[in-house]
Design a protein. Structure first.
Length: 341
């Protein structure tokens, strides 16, 4: 059967006065129900734009979209806005980094979740929706839901607000959940609690989940598969264990080198990879990562600066990498330069 979400050769380009911004440039991936995909990369790598494109949030903007986004077999890119709006908040839901920006300050948390339910289920009474809201608040670990339901967002702590937003996202049992930096604004202890909660909910609800993050600790905790993005493209993709223990692409090495012993460590933070992310208007020729890559002299004939590498199978067929290094040389470099750190 086809995967639940299939994104194929997605492009999101924004025309600007300075030129065309290629935010997403030929991205292909899929996620099944019950599966979590982690999309990781620096800011500006195209990961948030990807999730917005799936949700159809670029409608009416100047963005040029191409490729295909199929959800349960249905093409979303040319779906009428009214049908897309029907899917958003019901079949597809989103958890944002900053609940305050997603919640209205003048309405109680309960009223907003009730509204989220009734927008998609006009036949549910306010009373029934409020009962369901209390259940949801309890389910995401908010103590005393009967009182909390009538409080305003500013009366919640950051962690409780994030729980409330997860409750809102779950209000209509979404089968695709997209979480964009879901724990970035929270302190470390609360982050761990929210990740635990999301993992529990994943098992309970079995939705397809996309977690977008710059934090490899979050990916290690949550994801089954990882997609590493650089300059709008996938540069490495594969099962989380393969990517963590046998990363193939020098950019991924850079991302991982801040993680002690390349081990799965909760809350490991990223050190920035040296150098700056590229311009998305004048993307470097060849491999977009080449200005920052310490290993390109290991590729003969200057191919790194002239030839765009393809995304090809590495060791296993489901582990893909976009890099000109020969497999043997890559393994050797990883063993001698990267792993011992
Ligand atoms: Fe580095 Fe070349 Fe591989 Fe790009 S293709 S990551 S520049 S070695
Ligand atoms: Mg972002």
């Amino acid at each position: 059967a086809a995967p639940y979400l299939q994104v194929t050769d997605l492009q999101v380009h924004f025309p600007t006065e300075d030129g065309l911004v290629r935010s997403v440039d030929g991205l292909t991936f899929s996620v099944d129900k019950g599966q979590t995909l982690g999309i990781v990369g620096e800011s500006g790598s195209g990961k948030s734009v990807t999730s917005q494109a799936i949700l159809g949030l670029h409608r009416g903007s100047r963005a040029r979209l191409a490729g295909s986004v199929r959800l349960d077999g249905q093409e979303l890119l040319d779906l009428p806005e009214s049908e897309l709006r029907e899917l958003r908040g019901s079949t597809m839901a989103m958890i944002f980094q900053d609940p305050l920006s997603a919640m209205h300050p003048y309405y109680t948390v309960g009223a907003q979740i009730v509204e989220a339910i009734r927008v998609h289920h006009a036949d549910v009474s306010k009373k029934a929706a409020k009962e369901r809201t209390k259940e949801l608040l309890a389910r995401v670990g908010i103590p005393n839901p009967a009182k909390r339901v009538d409080q305003y967002p500013h009366e919640f702590s950051g962690g409780m607000r994030q729980r409330a937003m997860i409750a809102m996202a779950l209000a209509n049992d979404p089968s695709l959940l997209i979480a964009d930096e879901p724990t970035t604004a929270l302190d470390v202890t609360v982050q761990a609690q929210i990740l635990d909660l999301m993992r529990d909910l994943q098992q309970e609800f079995g939705s397809a989940i996309i977690v977008i993050t710059h934090d490899l600790g979050v990916v290690a905790e949550m994801a089954d598969e990882v997609l590493v993005m650089y300059a709008g493209k996938a540069v490495e993709r594969g099962p989380v264990d393969d990517v963590f223990y046998a990363p193939q692409m020098p950019y991924t090495w850079g991302l991982l080198s801040s993680m002690p012993r390349l081990d799965r460590v909760r809350q490991a933070r990223l050190d920035p990879v040296p150098g700056n992310p590229p311009s998305l208007i004048r993307v470097p020729a060849g491999c977009a990562f080449h200005p920052r890559c310490a290993y390109r002299e290991h590729v003969p004939q200057d191919r790194c600066t002239t030839e765009v590498p393809e995304l090809l199978p590495a060791q296993q067929s489901d582990h893909l990498v976009r890099c000109h290094l020969m497999e043997e040389r890559r393994r050797e470099l990883f063993e001698t330069h990267v792993k011992p750190r």
